[in-house]
Design a protein around this ligand. Structure first.
Ligand code: ZN
Length: 199
């Protein structure tokens, strides 16, 4: 169990305080899930300094390649780290026939709007109810120019820090293991983002 102060800051020697109010977007009363990301930057300092920008978006935690964990936003505040949700019933093949017909149409904005009328676990966790964890890692272009870039692998140090952080956050905030996702599973992102992350 993590000790969390009333501002939403984790009090633990393994978590460094680098909270930036610029990426915080209002209260998040309940946490339903955890989304794992990669930054598309090769250093932690690049990401941390970008969070000082007044219009910055980010997630709640950042894990450097050496496993150092930074807290970048209060766990009681929303951050914009997820984007538009995919249809969960379509991915899990549990849609009712009427919704299946609608969900199969390519309509990113409409799908997100429909999903947000549901509650987790009928939809994926969203900006409004999930913690985001970023791993420092860059996406590199591949030879096929039409193919999406490919993220570098998470380091063993990042994965052991991630494992610890996910376990502690899950225990402290009562998040089931089934509600922890890689970003491209829940939204429309580069497929290899966080592919090598494990928790
Ligand atoms: Zn992401």
């Amino acid at each position: 169990m993590l000790e969390i102060d009333k501002m939403g800051k984790v009090l633990h020697p393994m978590v460094k305080d680098s909270i930036s109010s610029h990426i915080e977007q209002g209260a998040m009363p309940v946490v339903k899930g955890i989304i794992v990301h990669q930054t598309d930057s090769s250093t932690a300092s690049g990401t941390l300094s970008s969070y000082a920008n007044p219009n910055a978006n980010g997630a709640h935690f950042l894990i450097d390649k050496d496993g150092t964990i930074y807290q970048t936003a209060s766990v009681f505040k929303k951050t914009y780290h997820v984007g538009r949700l995919r249809s969960r019933c379509l991915a899990e093949m549990t849609c009712e026939p009427a919704e299946l017909k609608i969900a199969q149409k390519w309509d990113v904005a409409g799908t997100h709007k429909r999903e947000m009328k549901k509650a987790v676990p009928e939809r994926y966790p969203s900006n409004s109810d999930s913690i985001g964890i970023e791993l420092v890692g860059k996406a590199y272009p591949v030879a096929d120019k039409k193919a999406p870039p490919v993220f570098e692998a998470a380091t063993p140090e990042q994965n052991s820090a991630l494992k610890w952080l996910v376990r502690e956050l899950r225990e402290t905030l009562s998040v089931p293991l089934t509600e922890v996702y890689r970003h491209p599973v829940v939204s429309y992102k580069t497929p290899s983002e966080a592919e090598s992350a494990s928790w």
